[in-house]
Design a protein around this ligand. Sequence first.
Ligand SMILES: O=C(O)CCC(=O)C(=O)O
Ligand SMILES: [Fe+2]
Length: 282
Amino acid sequence: MDPKAKEHLLTEAEANEFQQNGYFVVEDVLPQSLTERLRQLTADVVNEDRDRLNIPQDRFHGVLDFIGQRDEFLRLVDWYKTVPKICGLLGPEIKLYHTVGMETPPARGKTTEDHHEWANWHTDTGNLTRDLARDSFNPMISVKVGYVLSDLTSPYMANFTCIPGSQNNIDYPGSHRQFIETNARQVLAPCGSAIIFDRRLWHTPTLNISSTTRYMIFNGYSYRWLANRDEQRIRHFLRRATPIQRQLLGFSNHGAYGSSNSFPDDLPLKDWFEAVKLEGAV
Ligand SMILES: O=C(O)CCC(=O)C(=O)O
Ligand SMILES: [Fe+2]
């Protein structure tokens, strides 16, 4: 873990915002040069996939199992400005369980009038809610980091859109899952920032009415025992990953038995987090 990580723990203000709205934005999490590089690599990976699947250039497209697609993505696994905050939300016994790289080109011929007519409201990994939620019980279990790789400081740019506070609603709190309603918020965020959100938050992708293509990488972290949501083809990373990266890539020294146990040799992120908390307490 980068030694600077300890300066980026979850703050009280962020924890409160997350509790209240189900998300918060952290600016300047990626330096400009890295943002540009990640944007280019995301475009390359998405376009290779478009060619493979014959997906038109003007349609949005996301590539699942994204993290292993380029060597340079490995550094995001334990990124020092975001992962400490995820530890603050879920604790340190976590892993990466789902990664997506997404390209959203301008929606040709569409205007802001059309914007509210296209939505797909959902919560993430929704079967968790379906199978676990009862009355007011609906555990969080996972959190996503959306890295903003293109400017999203104005609305109608395919901004991540959510109903603030809706992480506490087991059922969709609006009336139309296909429309953007008035209580929806288009989250504004500069290039290089991260949107950290609760998987229970009701959110939707939206049309891009601007003239610039939107790029984002979404990395989902969960407790270690949750099944991965994509193939997680990362074996080629394991040899050169640091111990903390290996934990976050789902590796256990105890095989399948490890992920629902807390063997100390599987949990270097926990050692790091506890040491940092102790340091902060003195
Ligand atoms: O594209 C978006 O803004 C939404 C993506 C999304 O639903 C997700 O990452 O879970
Ligand atoms: Fe989602």
